[in-house]
Unconditional design. Structure first.
Length: 273
């Protein structure tokens, strides 16, 4: 058996410590959500003296978490699907066509990564278009923010995909749409899943954009509901921990379900011989 070098041992210790840095607060949050007020305020990793599942019932009844779930889904699902679709198609075209136009488009999207959100300008634009306070306006803002990153990742990924795949599809009589959706998308599954996870988590957890541009408590997302809930129960940490757990849970499940595809082979089985 190969002996581990000192550098590998130090690296392993560092990675374990880094993992604990993320895991310990999460475990503390889970355990605290089942504790009494006094036990939760201790912020430790001890087990609850009594597992109070009623904490979650209180959060669901008083925290507007379920309505926040619905509102967040109304925004997150279309943003994830549309930004992925537009970004992937743009990435395919830009990567496969080596022209000045596609090169300029690539740098145009890359430039979009450096821009900051112009809150006042967007506010007046939405007012002028009479869409301020609608889910549609927030969805459009998120899509515009996510597309540059999506295009960049797809362009980088597609450049490593053999062109023989495209040529074989064209010989078989595929048009662009058939080649994109039936041939390339299955090969691009790792980057597709990666963008789904990153986009969904980013939009789901975003607080500022819905706060600025929805303009109604009835349309509050789950992040806004948590902020409001914490303002009312900032001394009842057992309820705060429960609310945070409910917010984190959907994205955690999404990551666990899809994480195996992120590390999957890029072109495994795509080209024979």
């Amino acid at each position: 058996m190969k002996k581990r070098t000192r550098g590998e041992i130090v690296l392993s210790i560092f990675l374990i410590a880094l993992a604990l840095l993320y895991i310990v607060p999460f475990v503390m949050m889970i355990l605290g959500s089942f504790k009494s007020q006094a036990e939760a305020a201790a912020f430790d990793l001890s087990l609850p003296s009594e597992w109070l599942f009623s904490n979650y019932l209180h959060v669901l009844e008083n925290g507007n978490i379920l309505s926040g779930y619905v509102n967040s889904l109304i925004i997150t699902v279309p943003v994830t699907i549309l930004s992925l679709l537009f970004g992937a198609l743009a990435g395919i075209v830009i990567s496969r066509r080596n022209t000045r136009v596609t090169s300029a488009l690539y740098y145009y999207f890359i430039f979009g990564l450096t821009l900051t959100l112009q809150i006042a300008s967007i506010f007046f634009l939405l007012k002028a278009l009479n869409i301020y306070g609608t889910f549609f306006s927030v969805i459009c803002i998120f899509i515009s923010l996510r597309i540059p990153f999506t295009v960049m990742t797809f362009c980088s990924f597609i450049k490593g995909v053999p062109r023989e795949i495209d040529e074989a599809a064209i010989i078989d009589g595929c048009n662009f749409w058939q080649m994109a959706f039936r041939v390339l998308f299955p090969v691009l599954k790792p980057i597709v899943v990666t963008n789904i996870v990153i986009t969904a988590i980013d939009v789901w957890n975003n607080f500022m954009i819905p706060l600025f541009y929805l303009g109604s408590s009835k349309k509050a997302t789950v992040a806004m509901s948590i902020y409001s809930f914490f303002g009312r129960y900032n001394r009842d940490w057992q309820y705060v921990f429960g609310a945070l757990t409910l917010v984190v849970l959907p994205m955690l499940i999404l990551f666990i379900v899809l994480q195996k595809y992120i590390v999957a082979g890029m072109t495994s089985g795509a080209v024979k011989g």
